[in-house]
Design a protein around this ligand. Structure first.
Ligand code: LIP
Length: 263
């Protein structure tokens, strides 16, 4: 049995330290270290340095745990716990100096894939604003000491968020999905950090969110925030969130979003 309550304080402490490093490096000036899946898919020196800090602190505190990080890959552990980490979610915002990015850290048990894992604890920390969203399985979702709940009514239409892939070849499909869901919407936001989009659904700052192409580290912590705030997070019809699709909202809106996207 995993002590989820013991995982959250560690994730919180490390997220704050990692966020402070990310913010400091941003103020010092950011260098793009490389591009990845597409020219627009960048990684900065800070992404790599922040993930190294997180990975080292976790290994020091819990040497038997596994790790799955955006920049340094996967390593299986022996404890049954795997940490799923996006050191700077919203990398393009970060590189441009847009202060909307987050450190996302989740602890999961079971097979470390979104199709199979059980999220036990999650933290999404945005260092510029200083907001720390957190949740444990069965313990609710919180912003600081404020308990969170997803929105349940959107009479004027839903405030939705989405994102677009780094590969220009995917944009036509992404825009077609936007066209299909707009009859459900009052407006649409594209803020550039999936973990914060999910945290905002949990906090009822958004009514719903959908995006194709997310990696496990983009949604691992934020999805737990949403489900612990009374919402649902799905993927393709009857599927779990993943590369094909991530949909997050209260149950009724999530079903309507899925129907619109997959009709
Ligand atoms: C980003 C996501 C965002 C998505 C971007 C990118 P990164 O993650 O948070 O929602 O639209 O394409 O995947 O690359 O900043 O960690």
């Amino acid at each position: 049995m995993v002590d989820a309550d013991g995982l959250l304080p560690l994730a919180t402490e490390i997220a704050r330290e990692a966020g402070a490093l990310a913010r400091r490096r941003r103020e010092e000036g950011v260098r793009i270290a490389a591009t990845k899946s597409a020219l627009a898919d960048i990684v900065t020196d800070a992404d790599r340095e922040v993930e190294q800090l997180i990975r080292a602190r976790l290994a020091q505190a819990r040497p038997g745990d596994g790790f799955l990080g955006e920049e340094s890959g996967a390593e299986r552990g022996t404890s049954g716990v795997t940490w799923v980490v996006d050191p700077i979610d919203g990398t393009v915002n970060y590189a441009y100096g847009i202060p909307h990015y987050a450190v996302s850290i989740a602890a999961v048990t079971g097979e470390p894939t979104p199709e199979a894992w059980t999220a036990e604890a999650g933290v999404v920390y945005t260092p510029v604003v200083g907001e720390l969203f957190h949740a444990t399985r069965g313990g609710g979702a919180w912003l600081g000491s404020q308990r969170l709940a997803v929105s349940t009514a959107a009479d004027a239409g839903a405030l939705l968020a989405t994102g677009f892939g780094y590969d220009p070849a995917t944009h036509a499909g992404d825009l077609e999905r936007v066209r299909r869901v707009m009859p459900l919407a009052r407006d649409l936001r594209r803020a550039g950090a999936a973990s914060l989009d999910l945290a905002y659904v949990a906090a009822a700052r958004l009514d719903g969110y959908f995006e194709r192409g997310l990696w496990p580290w983009d949604h691992a912590a934020g999805a737990l925030l949403v489900t612990e705030a009374g919402g649902v997070v799905t993927g393709a019809p009857d599927g779990r969130p993943g590369r094909e699709m991530t949909i997050a909202a209260g149950a009724d809106l999530a079903a309507r979003l899925s129907s619109a996207i997959y009709r």
